[in-house]
Design a protein around this ligand. Sequence first.
Ligand SMILES: *Cc1c(COP(=O)(O)O)cnc(C)c1O
Length: 234
Amino acid sequence: MDSHQFISVRENIQSVQDRIASTLQRVGRESDSIKLIAISKTKPASLIVEAIDSGITDIGENRVQEAKAKRSQVDRPVSWHLVGHLQTNKVKQALKIFDLIHSVDSIRLLAEIERQSRRLNRRTDALVEVNTSGEESKFGLQPNEVLSFMESAAEYAHVRIKGLMTVGEFMSDPEGVRPSFTLLRSFKERIASQGYPNVEMEYLSMGMTNDFEVAIEEGANMVRIGSAIFGERT
Ligand SMILES: *Cc1c(COP(=O)(O)O)cnc(C)c1O
């Protein structure tokens, strides 16, 4: 039996949007100051179509191959986000699929995105992932690497750094993730004040199903929500 049949993507989206709206209102932010990215990893293209038809404009995936297969089955105009780790040998493919890469986490990867973008005569938008939780299992720059990374990033003219991304530690009480989000926001402010070329601190991509309300309170303007929209992953 198909376990998806009991899930109403439309209702789930409505309820996530309501929660986002009431959090924004509580902290005095504009109701349109956030981009909701629906994370569809492991879920079928049919549910992505349902999400788009329920008002979603941004879809996130964590693997290049999986996104490629699904993208060909989704004939709707929508932005695609890569939120998972990107290997340098997948950059060429990733550039064909994604509008924004959230997971730049090394100079080597940045250099390859630069090289492939230059070949295509285009500029690629990307976020820099920061490991704000200190967990060894997590991808992302260490906090003490972030500022020098941004200095170097200024030299890669075909990549436009549009902001920062982090994945909070999973905790039963999302309050515990707040320091991670505070740290990312403080990096955004520091970097913005430096005025590095090719570096714009427009986006703060943080907050998932378990912790997005705390992330919004700490200044997130992109939240990445999977299971609250598409149901639990098996
Ligand atoms: C899976 C994933 C999400 C969504 O996770 P949920 O807890 O299901 O909302 C967000 N960001 C990244 C990087 C992910 O891998």
